[in-house]
Design a protein around this ligand. Structure first.
Ligand code: GLV
Ligand code: MN
Ligand code: MN
Ligand code: MN
Length: 409
């Protein structure tokens, strides 16, 4: 692999300073001030290189490099928003790599005798993480018609601020309908350790695992932790705890096919010492490469609820809020990316994505290519997230090649 591109690394360092945390990560949740600052920086970066920057009605940020007026666009991007104590690479690497790749591809076409059939545009999808506003992958879900814009805009964060109000606050909402998309390409850190374990440079995503996400509410009764006799308690936190264990056991029972299960967010009310909790809200996340297994697990979880309700004297309600199925990425895109990787002497394998990405939405409306670069020790959604500079640079070279090829139509 060639020496890392110094300009790319310098830009990545600049980007990583927005919302930087003391632990070496970033806190740039959707439509916060830090998100606004990094969006303004990207806006300027793109404009300075000849792109026109436009925002759609849910804050998706597009940088249009128009070479052939009226022609559709190869769209390439990811997301700049992060988890509250997130890493510097998740999403942001993909947006920056896309910006560099699009700019380089245009320069290459300009320097050649040929003419592309498609333009290229960079996209920074709004709210991929879903940590401040649910669901995750919000911007791309609206863009692909899976989520009504009105539903997204009226979604509130825990303080009651709507998506629309937050986007207006940072000034990145507009009326651009979005480009006509000929193809979509996204690069991202793997967020697992498969590439690193195998010593490979690149993952070519050929399919996605399925996911199901639920909001669960456990309701009990608020009372005094000291004076309430045990038999009279209706402890919502006990019900929630039993449910956490039941969720974990689903994965432990599935020995042949992987099943990843988590409770990842919890709100305890009133969350005060000497008070038995009256209500606990929690986020349950189930994933598997086998959708039938996932459905069976969801059914087993539902069946475990009456026993938990009885033991803790609580009531439990659950609604599925989000999810996606096992689905393939087009083989032609995988083949195009494999050829480009071979040309750059980058080792590669096909693999499934376990994490959700905006490409999971985009693949349903346009031919889509998803690329992975290695994550050191597979660490992600953690301030310690790391990808080697050589991998950052090689992935961007590959994305450039992919975008350049897609532009020829
Ligand atoms: C989003 O990143 C998800 O994996 O759910
Ligand atoms: Mn991401
Ligand atoms: Mn993420
Ligand atoms: Mn993701």
């Amino acid at each position: 692999m060639s020496t890392p591109d110094a300009t790319l690394l310098k830009d990545f360092a600049t980007l990583s300073a927005f919302g930087a945390t003391s632990g070496g990560g970033v806190d740039r949740q959707a439509a916060t001030a830090a998100d606004g600052e990094q969006r303004a920086w990207l806006h300027q970066w793109l404009t300075a290189r000849g792109a026109e920057v436009r925002y759609d009605g849910v804050g998706n940020q597009f940088g249009l490099f128009t070479v052939i007026p009226g022609a559709p666009y190869v769209l390439t991007g990811s997301h700049l928003d992060s988890q509250p104590l997130g890493g510097r690479y998740d999403g942001a690497y993909g947006v920056l790599a896309s910006a560099h790749a699009a700019h380089r591809a245009v320069q290459r076409w300009n320097a050649s005798d040929g003419t592309p059939r498609h333009n290229v545009a960079v996209v920074n999808w709004f709210n991929e993480e879903g940590s401040r506003f649910k669901p995750s992958m919000m911007g791309s879900a609206v863009f692909t018609g899976k989520l009504p814009a009105e539903t997204a805009l009226t979604t509130t964060d825990p303080t009651g601020t709507t998506v629309e109000a937050a986007l207006r606050e940072i000034g990145t909402i507009g009326d651009y309908p979005g480009p006509d998309v000929a193809a979509y390409a996204e690069i991202h850190i793997e967020q697992g350790r498969d590439l690193e374990n195998k010593g490979l440079n690149i993952g070519l995503v050929d399919a996605t695992w399925a996911a199901r996400k639920y909001q669960v509410v456990v309701r009990g009764e608020q009372s005094h932790t000291g004076s309430t006799v045990m038999a009279d308690r209706r402890d919502a936190l006990l019900g929630a705890s039993l449910l956490v264990v039941a969720v974990r056991e689903l994965a432990e029972e599935s020995t042949d096919i992987p099943l990843h299960t988590s409770v990842s967010e919890m709100t305890i009310l009133p969350n005060s010492p000497v008070v038995v909790a009256r209500e606990v809200r929690m986020h349950v996340d189930l994933r598997s490469p086998d959708e039938a297994l996932l459905d069976a697990a969801a059914k087993r979880l539902a069946e475990s609820i009456p026993g938990i309700e009885e033991r803790a004297s609580v009531t439990i309600g659950q609604v599925q809020t989000h999810g996606w199925g096992v689905a393939a990425f087009p083989a032609t895109g995988v083949e195009l990316a494999a050829q480009a990787a071979d040309e750059l002497s980058l080792s590669h394998q096909t693999m499934m994505t376990i994490a959700g990405h905006d490409s999971v939405n985009m693949k349903d409306i346009a031919p889509s290519i998803m690329l992975f670069v290695p994550s050191v020790e597979g660490i992600s959604h953690n301030e310690g997230e790391l990808t080697d500079d050589t991998d950052i640079s090689a992935g961007t070279d590959l994305l450039t090649e992919v975008v350049h090829r897609l532009m020829s139509g």
